[in-house]
Design a protein around this ligand. Structure first.
Ligand SMILES: Cc1ncc(COP(=O)(O)O)c(C=O)c1O
Length: 346
């Protein structure tokens, strides 16, 4: 079975990890500081603070912004529950927003309609690797937490995502574009916010008491992160090449192909098409042919919460299909995926 996701790890990654393992310094140390420095340079931001997950990065960003009970945080409903959890951790009120079914990103019109004087932040994911309408959303004047968990290396008008928001977050979970097994990062242009996130990340050796966390990344993870970051450009060009091949092979088939536009660079964390027939049968057919496809966002948040009124998302959730796409796919695996897709989606 060709898995839906697979990390791209090589011998060099293993050697670098083993060097750290044998060095005597395995918790947060110089490797973490170096990973933060290189990410900040890559993004062109003031600084970065590494965490042990993307969820922790979201949580610390909300706390650093001073968001709490009585505040509203807007987020799309077509996303994983990590975002909703982070809003609930700080006891703020989540306000779900519909998506644009063509881009899978937040629908700016619905967002504007839901803004109130209590709106204190927007969490804006760049879904599946395609930058969202970040210019229109930052122009609204409320803090934006860019969620780049699926989009490291994507660009909007030539600038990397993660360099636009008040704060930005990243995830380096095993399935992500670059991985540290589990891991995350907060980025910002604001030194004051970065200092707050840094202070909140660990609890030890403080002169005062406040609620703090243990959300640190280890040097073992950071060593892997550094090695992966060095290969990011190569990973993205592989992903874009495979996406181009899939799109060329599925032209004229009964599916909507992923959207691309000139002002933004898609990194194809996921290759998501919209099928015109029931998904369950399509997923089964792929599985019978040895290809694991998935619904790219398992269940929209409003359905988890028993809510309605999100037509763009519901239309998407019933039709969106994610094909395997990652740099470690072998030629023969890509051929098998294309053959299966052409047969099943004919
Ligand atoms: C858009 C988005 N944000 C945040 C997260 C949470 O990241 P993590 O799993 O590292 O906590 C994910 C995880 O898949 C994600 O897809």
């Amino acid at each position: 079975m060709i898995p839906h996701s697979r990390p791209t790890i090589d011998k060099k990654d293993a050697e670098l990890l083993s060097d750290v393992l044998l060095s005597g310094q395995i918790a947060q140390g110089e490797k973490v500081a170096e990973f933060e420095k290189q990410m900040a340079r890559f993004l062109g931001v003031e600084g970065c603070v590494a965490t042990n997950s993307g969820t922790a990065a979201l949580h610390l960003s909300l706390v650093a912004l001073g968001i709490g009970e009585g505040d509203q945080v807007l987020l799309p409903t077509y996303v994983c529950a990590a975002l909703l959890n982070a809003v609930n951790y700080v006891r703020a009120t989540p306000v779900l927003v519909d998506i644009n079914p063509r881009s899978f990103n937040l629908d700016v019109r619905d967002l504007k309609a839901k803004l109130t004087p209590r709106s204190k932040a927007v969490i804006l994911p760049h879904m599946f690797g395609l930058p969202a309408d970040i210019d229109e959303i930052t122009a609204l004047g409320i803090p934006v937490i860019e969620d780049c968990a699926q989009a490291v290396g994507a660009t909007f008008q030539g600038k990397p995502v993660g360099s636009f928001g008040t704060l930005s977050v990243f995830s380096f979970y095993a399935t992500k574009v670059i991985t540290t097994g589990e891991g995350g990062m907060v980025a910002s242009h604001s030194q004051a916010l970065l200092e707050k996130v840094k202070d909140l990340r660990e609890y030890d050796e403080k002169d005062n008491y406040r609620l703090r966390f243990n959300y640190k990344m280890s040097d073992l993870q950071a060593a892997l992160g550094l090695s992966q970051l060095a290969r990011l450009a190569d990973f993205i060009s592989h992903r874009r090449k495979i996406a181009g091949l899939y799109s060329a092979s599925l032209k004229g088939f009964a599916v909507d192909l992923p959207q691309e536009s000139e002002d933004r660079r898609h990194i194809f964390f996921r290759y998501v098409i919209r099928a015109k027939r029931p998904l369950a049968a399509i997923l089964r057919s792929f599985e019978q042919r040895g290809v694991c496809c998935r619904r790219p966002a398992y269940k929209p948040l409003h359905l988890l919460l028993g809510l309605g009124g999100f037509p763009g998302t519901e239309q998407t959730a019933e039709s969106a299909l994610s094909l395997p796409i990652y740099p470690s796919l072998k030629e023969e695996e890509i051929e098998k995926i294309v053959e299966a897709a052409q047969e099943i989606l004919r």
